[in-house]
Ligand binder design. Structure first.
Ligand code: F6P
Length: 323
């Protein structure tokens, strides 16, 4: 029998499409188990500042399709301090909360893991980030939508690139990971992708520019790659390869917004149910992930320490098809 009577749910770190679908699933599953639910606004910062709101079934009506997060989000520096976490605990206790679901990336899980070691409140995590860089899950909530947004944008740029025989450097998000860039590269038929996981891409880029002077090129630049951002790369090669008519596009935060794809809504819904089930099952400090089409539980320390790689096979596929 679970001792949990009241849970909290909040979103933390960078927002991602599907976070609302995740909140909805957590709230409705908790209510189905006769648990009370509080939402916390602005993640850990709201926990510290006592920004709690009661959630009913109606509170999550008509949000499954909305981008962003109705609870809003933040990256809290204060929660990194013992004093900040103490304030957060006092507020959780004040509201009678026995357990919490955090929707965010590995930084958010790290905070939850530390907190649960210090205080007796179990946390379960749901992976919410567009970067898809979390160990232990094949997909994070928001990645599929971001990938579709990027694909649509690049398709449009490709039209004008082709018409003018120009080379475009298109920067996409992915601070430490090249998932968006690589998969968008395959999906749009880009000539090259520059990603953090691959060293020494400068020579290959030079080769491509040398050999394709009269063609248009789409080069997708993951922001964390080893040469530099799209503007830097363009600056480096722009003077030497003037005939390419090099242009830069930084897609930026449009990648984080928009209505979630059907897959992200489905993923968030399944993981939301699993997250509450896990808490009722007395699980703590675990992430609910999705691996080989099954819901899995992965300890926080594994998701934080583990490195999820783009994998040799995707690189090979891209290499063959981009020629
Ligand atoms: O981690 C998600 C992410 O979108 C990264 O790809 C990007 O580097 C970062 O967040 C940007 O974050 P912000 O603009 O919120 O500081």
């Amino acid at each position: 029998m679970t001792k949990i009577k009241k849970i909290a749910v909040f979103t933390s770190g960078g927002d991602s499409p599907g976070m609302n679908s995740a909140i909805r699933a957590v709230v409705r599953t908790a209510l189905a188990h006769n648990l009370e639910v509080m939402g916390i606004n602005r993640g850990y910062q709201g926990m510290i500042e006592n920004d709690f709101v009661k959630m009913k079934s109606k509170s999550v009506r008509n949000i499954i399709q909305r981008g962003g997060t109705i609870l809003r989000t933040a990256r809290s520096e204060e929660f990194k301090t013992p004093a900040g976490r103490k304030k957060a605990y006092t507020n959780l206790k004040k509201h009678g909360i026995n357990a919490a679901v955090v929707i965010g990336g590995d930084g958010s899980f790290k905070g939850a893991g530390i907190f649960s070691q210090e205080y007796d409140i179990p946390f379960v995590g749901m992976p919410g980030t567009i970067d898809n860089d979390m160990f232990g899950t094949d997909y994070t909530i928001g990645f599929d939508t971001a990938l579709n947004t990027v694909t649509e944008a690049i398709d449009k740029i490709k039209d004008t690139a082709f018409s003018h025989d120009r080379t475009f450097f298109i920067e996409v998000m992915g601070r430490d990971a090249g998932f968006i860039a690589l998969k968008a590269g395959i999906a749009t038929g880009a000539e090259m992708v520059l990603i953090p996981e691959v060293e020494g891409q400068e020579e290959k880029l030079e080769e491509l520019l040398k050999s394709s002077e009269k063609n248009s090129n789409i080069i997708i630049v993951a922001e964390g790659n080893n040469i530099g951002g799209a503007s830097e790369v363009a600056k480096k090669f722009g003077t030497k390869y003037k005939s390419h008519g090099i242009r830069v596009n930084i897609l930026g935060h449009m990648q984080r917004g928009g209505s979630p794809s059907a897959f992200d809504r489905y993923l968030a819904s399944r993981l939301g149910v699993a997250a509450v089930d896990a808490l009722i099952d007395n699980q703590r400090s675990v992430m609910v992930g999705y691996s080989n089409h099954e819901v899995v539980l992965v300890p926080f320390n594994k998701t934080i320490k583990g490195k999820r790689d783009v994998g040799e096979e995707l690189l090979r596929v891209n290499e063959i098809l981009s020629k």
